[in-house]
Design a protein around this ligand. Structure first.
Ligand code: BJW
Length: 258
């Protein structure tokens, strides 16, 4: 088998020697996460049979046009999601990634998730590409502030200045935060090892990051419950739940390192 052909693990994962060696020796690592890593915490994903987009139309709830048309409806949906997320706890997958940031000199966790669970698990070297559901932005002054009220007292909520507040998340058709995206591309370009975890890899520009990493020479590993458009191009693919696979990988590393 050539060095670049896909290693596919569908049942109990066994980790390739190359992956273990890179985890022990690589200096630079970047990780892209999506909704799947928080699924085991009880946060709904977007796509697939149980995904939010089965019940709700993104064009009604996750575009600037939808918010301009009906801010109350959009905020009702976000208020519901904020209440749901407030009851969720980080899971073993989040904790393993928080531990990994201490293993690598050059490390960046790039998340598309807005739920804040990575930070609650202890991750700090990270960027949130699609914003954060616990932040709001005043449409009059542009000020961004944290807001943990769940349920909200007022829907739609207003700033003390009287301006309408919106969730500080990235909706379809909106640009991603410039500095977060710059850091994400730079990390993907530098990475010796790149993990894509729990993302359907269909939403751009985040979905291009594993491909950028691969083109720049990284060993790309995917952990996802289902195959995705990037599965055929990664170096190693684990099909299953992220938490147990990451825990097993972490235990293997600890065993070897001790
Ligand atoms: C498990 C698991 C377990 C389950 N373990 N795995 C045509 C072609 C290309 C691009 C476009 C196009 N038409 C439009 C675009 C652009 C558009 C886009 O990409 N659309 C595609 C969908 C077609 N992108 C944008 O609009 C972006 N902006 C942009 O491009 O701006 C350009 C611009 C530049 C300058 C000026 C103006 C504009 C913005 C995208 C914003 C995405 N926003 C959302 C909502 C965020 C806020 C919120 O949460 O409310 O972000 S949509 C939603 O999708 C959310 C997610 O972050 C994002 C990605 O989803 P993710 O994380 O991958 O989740 P799922 O559900 O899709 O997948 C979960 C996976 O986990 C599944 O595969 C499961 O199998 C797996 N799983 N349990 C492991 N236990």
């Amino acid at each position: 088998m050539s060095r670049d052909s896909l290693v596919l693990h569908q049942n109990r994962p066994s980790f390739s020697d190359r992956l273990i060696k890179l985890l022990l020796q690589a200096r630079s690592m970047a990780i892209l996460t999506g909704a799947g890593i928080s699924a085991e915490s009880g946060v709904p994903t977007f796509r697939g049979p149980d995904g939010l987009w089965k019940t709700y139309r993104p064009e009604d709830l996750a575009t600037p046009e939808a918010f301009a048309h009906d801010p109350r409806l959009v905020w009702e949906w976000y208020d519901w999601r904020r209440q749901l997320i407030a009851r969720c706890q980080p899971n073993p997958g989040h904790y393993v990634l928080a531990e990994w940031e201490r293993r690598f000199k050059d490390f960046l966790l790039i998340t598309q998730n807005v739920d804040g669970l990575h930070r609650r698990a202890g991750s700090s070297r990270m960027v949130e590409l699609h914003g954060n559901i616990w932040k709001v932005r005043c449409l009059r002054e542009g000020a961004v502030m944290e807001n943990y009220e769940a349920p909200l007292k007022e829907i739609p909520p207003h700033c003390p200045c009287g301006g309408l507040l919106r969730p500080e998340v990235v909706w379809f058709g909106e640009p991603l935060p410039v500095e977060a995206l710059r850091q994400a591309y730079a990390a993907a370009e530098r990475a010796e090892l790149f993990f894509s975890i729990g993302t359907s890899a269909v939403v751009q520009p985040a979905a291009s990051l594993p491909l950028v990493a691969k083109q720049c020479g990284a060993y790309v590993v995917e952990i996802n419950r289902d195959p995705t458009p990037i599965t055929p191009m990664v170096n190693e693919s684990f099909q299953g739940a992220a938490g147990p696979i990451l825990e097993e990988l972490s235990q293997t590393l600890r065993r070897i390192s001790s």
